[in-house]
Structure formats: structure tokens, C-alpha cells
Design a protein around this ligand. Sequence first.
Ligand SMILES: [Zn+2]
Length: 376
Amino acid sequence: MPLPRVLKDLLSLPTGTFVEGAVLEYIESTCSNLKGVTYTSDRYGNIVAHYRTRPPGSTPLVFAAHTDHPGFVAQEMVDAKTVRAAFRGGVASSYMEKAKVRFWSGGRWINAKVRELTRTVAAPRFGAGATRPEEGLLTVAQPVEPNSPGMWDLGGPVLDGDLVRGIACDDLAGVAAMLALLARLSKKQAAAEAYCLFTRAEEVGFIGAIGAAEARTVSKKLPIVAIETSKALPSAPIGAGPILRVGDRASIFTPELTAWCGQVAEKLAKRRKGFKFQRKLMDGGTCESTAYVTYGYDATGLCLALGNYHNMNEKTGKLGSEYVSLSDWRSLVDWFEALVLDPDGFAPTESKNMARVDFGKKFYAQSARLETSPRG
Ligand SMILES: [Zn+2]
């Protein structure tokens, strides 16, 4: 089984925080070729794609994923062979000594190497005394233009058994899954409606997502399912199915929406052999769902367990490509489709009441025991 085209294409593109242009262009050109799909961007450059064909009338879902990844961004050449570059995103400084980097400048990759980290800040989440860089000096083979994204020079993308290895699986694998959903709906001309929100600048604090929430880029009435790759945990391994993310390091997401996504997955597992999913609290990081919930949206998360989170191979202490399971990724797209095509759709108040009715039926019958049994 080859690497699906959309994953291969996206994982080959340059990106960085605030410099997501190549990924955004790819999203726009893909959407322009899909019947039933239109797109717009908001004033922050986030893109909203909208699929609508014979809409069934239920509340459409919004899927959301971010288009950036931690890395360098060129600032200025300080001499013919040296560029000063910002580092945007959370990666521990200890991984970066003499690391090989490639800058995308003038339509080609230019080789570079980290010479020195010139500004670092404390990053206790990576261990006692750990830091992360904000700026560095890199030796470059040729001059690079300001705002060129600089990514780790780790090769790929490649398919290695069931593992998709690429520098920026976080979150281009999520972006790819959303484009695969749009392509599938469009190809079938499914009677459905759904939005896909592609955000910018997540890695420095959900800047694009917060902008989208402030600007009402999608209506407050629409539920948001944020898609992430999230650091694999011993209890949430790679290859055991995509994950219903009940919360992150900062918060718990909208319980009714989370429960409904779980119910749709259970129905899908019954009718499709081989579909499996996990339900977990992924507290290895914080994700955009927290931002959406803070702004009053109904929001939850689905994610793929991610290896070498932010390119940090904790076993070797060296940089490595990130990786996700291709079968998890495929199941995630199937899950999206099942959510969009679910005959009942998500109805916030209704599902709240349903949960209460079920819960009540199950346990109220037992309550008489409280009256008859002693307190002990
Ligand atoms: Zn991410």
C-alpha cells in the first residue's frame, strides 16, 4: 500500500509558524478542484472550506486542524554564510546542537546547520533546567530570504510498514485527513454539509484559532471537532486506532459532543470490520479545542497518537521524523465521514437529555435500596 498522495504531498511541503503559505496554497488548490466545495479565508489567513450538497438539515460539523509546525524562520543574513533565525514552537534546546536544517527560499531548499542558540527561555516541561530556543544563528550554504521556513533536514516523507514518517506530521497529517474527507464527500456527491477550518500559528499559542474564534470565522452555533496528532502515551499507543480526545493538559472538552463522537464510532465499529478507536485524556500537550471551548463553542478533539512528538526522539535524545500509523489515519477519515453522514447528527440539548434519560433509567430503579439499607 503506497503512501496516500495527500499525505505525501503535504508532508513534502515547507511550513512554519506564521509562514504556512505553501500549505495554505495546497489546501486552496485542492479545494478548487472538488465539486461541492467552496472556501474563503478570514482576515488572519485561516481558511474555511465548506462542503454542501443537498444538505440534510442537521447541524453541520466543523473539523479544524493547524497548518504550522515547530521550526526556524529566517530573519536576516548577518554575513554571507550566516542567518539569524527565530525558532517558533516547543522543542528542547538539548536536541539542537549542530542540527541539520533546510530553509525553503526562492523556490528551493537550502542546506543549513545550527551554529549557536542565541536566545533561550526556561522550559520546565522538558525536564528540570531544560530550555527551548527563541533565536539562533545558522550556517547556510547560500543566502536565504527573510521569512523562509527552516525545517529539520531528516528526509522523507516515507511509509515504513504501517508508519508514516515525516517532519511535520503535527499537524499536516490532520490537514491531510480533512482534505481526504472533503475529497471523499465530493467524489460521492454525498448529501451532507461540513466545514473544514485550517488554522495558522498554533504552535505559539493557538493564535490562528483564537483569531478565528474572535472573528467568528465559523458560527458560534456550530460544533467544532479539532484534529491533532498528540504525543503517544503508554495508555494511548500508535496503531490502536484514532483517539477520541476527551481533554488535554489544560481542560476537558464539551462532554456531550465528545459522547456523541464516541457513539458514532461505536456504530461504525459494529458495521465496519477493522475499525477501532480509543477514548483517552491526552494530557501530553494542549490543543486548539481548549481555545474553542474557552470562546464558548461546543468543541471536542479527535487525534492520532504521534511518535517523536515535535521531532524529539526521547530514547536517543536526538532529532527524528515524527510518525503516525497509516491505518489509524485511514480510520480517522472513516470516522469523519461517519460523523458527517450520521443520520441524526449532533444536537446539543437533545444529547444532553438523552444521556440523562439513559443514566436515569439505569440507576433510578436501584435508588429504593438507599431507603431500605442502613448507612453502614
Ligand atoms: Zn499540533
